[in-house]
Design a protein around this ligand. Structure first.
Ligand code: NOJ
Ligand code: CA
Length: 560
């Protein structure tokens, strides 16, 4: 048993089953956080070595992206064993130590659970391959015969989320279904053995002290694959109304009702947040207390830095949260999207086919880590700081992605030979993929790999990372790191009921709201300064001069 000295930053974890409702949750991408053994890959002891940093930052919880044994074909979202730690990242004992240290510092622990698919290295899939057609082992996955005279054509023309066919043929001629990479076979959630095994996994981590779960692609687990299977065109034309064969089916809620019963076996009950890309009207299903309890709202992550969009998104999501009784979640960045400092510095109109900001090959504005004429890096950071301070004032929980507290930009010019993300290989090479937001963090400006580890970094860091290193910002007035620290400390003091009242903006570019207790948050999204509202200034995303609120700036005030 580990004994841990109490931390000066520790908060009491003993009570408050509702801790998650307005928590600040910091996402750690373990391979890229801190490396203690010099193999270039971040590890669990690395996270433990930085717990004091997280405590000083003032976060309430840490969400760990997958650290399970994995071939790392999809950054760990290809899980080979749900109840172990990848030996390159550490051991179960290391996890116990990390959980103990985080708890001793008053920080809760959320782990990622990936139920839609396993890795093809998972013992179950290996068994399925060996056991052959018609076996019980194949029933844990989705195997079908091919089409065409000799079955050499896939069962359908469906495409995977990462590009290319959603079916892969195995040596005896059958095909298996994969929504994502070919190394990520989808599980068959109609199989009771699959369901039971995940309950075992939830208990395994809950018993070890984990406080909650982030549920990967929570809306895709259950499927209706009764024959005849529809074509891709037919599939695309079907409404996503609870009966779609693949997406957001009503019957997935039966799975989460079982999970809820497990969460409620614990005191305090374990929490969960759904990664569910569903129509807003369907979000309350996942967010309700009978289901996972909370569901990500990704609207800000897809929005421009624009007053009208921000105001509408806040209003809509607070109303949705009221419908389910949950609290909403605010997210500007995660491990799947272009970092928001960079998004906000790109020309406004640059969007992918799905409406999301994207980085593509052949666009000169993406070269040199965002330092080309078309990317206004400083403006991106200025807006990023304003957006973050706006978000941290909102009711609900805030999810931060490692490095955003440093104002870090996307690394857009990773050499093709270094790229790891399957979306890059399956697109093929058109979409640069997600490696650029997963480059290991800079801790120090002048050490090897910027203090990430002594043996380099698994994705190489550009020289300009020095400017964003923790030690370059630590204690520096006006740095992004100090802004986040101040905002998080203040948020703890000021946070009250999950309510806000809009205050009138002096122009369409200004969005303001007041929280109970006289806590006022005002953002000027526009390019011109406006009059600073009355009140005592608590923190601002940019230096204030005189009685003006500068362009692209947020201020927190206490109403006079
Ligand atoms: C969503 C995760 O956030 C992403 O990183 C992953 O590639 C897919 N789910 C598949 O697991
Ligand atoms: Ca390591």
């Amino acid at each position: 048993m580990t004994t841990v000295a109490p931390s000066p930053h520790a908060r009491d974890l003993s009570d408050a089953p509702d801790w998650w409702r307005q928590a600040v949750v910091y996402q750690v991408y373990p391979r890229s956080f801190a490396d203690t053994n010099g193999d270039g890959l971040g590890d669990i002891p690395g996270i433990t070595s930085r717990v004091a940093y997280l405590a000083e930052l003032g976060v309430d919880a840490v969400w760990l992206s997958p650290f399970y044994p994995s071939a790392l074909a999809d950054g760990g979202y290809d899980v080979a064993d749900y109840r172990d730690v990848d030996p390159r990242l550490g051991t179960l004992a290391d996890m116990d130590e990390l959980i103990a240290q985080l708890h001793a510092h008053g920080i809760r622990v959320v782990v990622d659970i990936v139920p839609n698919h396993t890795s093809d290295k998972h013992a179950w899939f290996q068994e399925a391959l060996a056991a052959g057609r018609g076996s019980a082992a194949r029933e844990r996955y989705i195997f079908r015969e091919g089409t065409g005279p000799d079955g050499s054509e896939p069962p359908t023309d469906w495409v995977s989320v990462f590009g290319g066919s959603a079916w892969e043929r195995v040596s005896d001629g059958q095909w298996y279904f994969h929504n994502f990479d070919v190394s990520q076979p989808d599980l068959n959630w109609a199989n009771p053995e699959v369901r039971a095994d995940f309950l075992t996994t939830l208990r395994f981590w809950s018993d070890r002290g984990v406080d909650g779960f982030r549920v990967d692609v929570a809306h895709m687990l259950t499927k209706d694959l009764s024959e005849p299977l529809p074509s891709r065109a037919e599939l695309d034309a079907m409404p996503i109304d609870g009966n779609h064969p693949l997406i957001d089916r009503d019957d997935v809620q039966e799975v989460y009702a079982e999970w809820r019963a497990v969460f409620d076996e614990y005191d305090p009950p374990r929490t969960a947040v759904a990664e569910a890309w569903v129509h807003p009207s369907r979000v309350p299903l996942y967010a309700s207390a009978a289901s996972l309890g909370q569901s990500f709202n990704f609207d800000l992550l897809e929005a421009d830095f624009d007053a009208g969009q921000f105001r509408r998104i806040v209003a809509d999501n607070l109303a949705l949260a009221a419908e389910s009784g949950s609290s909403t979640t605010w997210v500007l960045s995660n491990h799947d999207v272009v970092r928001h400092a960079t998004r906000y510095g790109l020309p406004d109109a640059e969007r992918g086919a799905d409406g999301r900001p994207t980085l593509k090959h052949g666009n000169e504005w993406l070269l040199s880590g965002g330092r080309t004429p078309a990317l206004d890096a400083e403006r991106g950071e200025r807006r990023a700081r304003a957006a973050a301070l706006f978000l941290l004032g909102l009711p609900g929980s805030a999810y931060l992605y490692q490095g955003e507290e440093l104002g870090l930009h996307e690394v857009a010019d990773i050499p093709d030979a270094e790229r790891q993300d399957p979306t890059f290989f399956r697109s093929p090479g058109v979409d640069l993929g997600r490696d650029g937001c997963r480059v290991p963090l800079p801790w120090t400006a002048s050490d090897t790999a910027f203090g990430f580890g002594t043996g380099g970094a698994h994705l190489s860091q550009p020289e300009w990372f020095a400017r964003y290193a923790v030690d370059a910002e630590d204690g520096v007035p006006g740095s992004t790191l100090e802004l986040y620290r101040r905002a998080l400390a203040l948020r703890h003091e000021l946070q009250t009921a999950e309510e806000l009242a809009w205050t009138d903006g002096s122009s369409d570019d200004v969005v303001g709201f007041e929280r109970p207790g006289g806590w006022v948050v005002v953002t000027n999204f526009g390019a011109e300064p406006v009059a600073l509202p009355a009140g005592e200034v608590l923190v601002s995303s940019r230096l204030l001069e005189g009685d003006e609120l500068p362009a692209e700036t947020t201020v927190w005030l206490r109403r006079a």
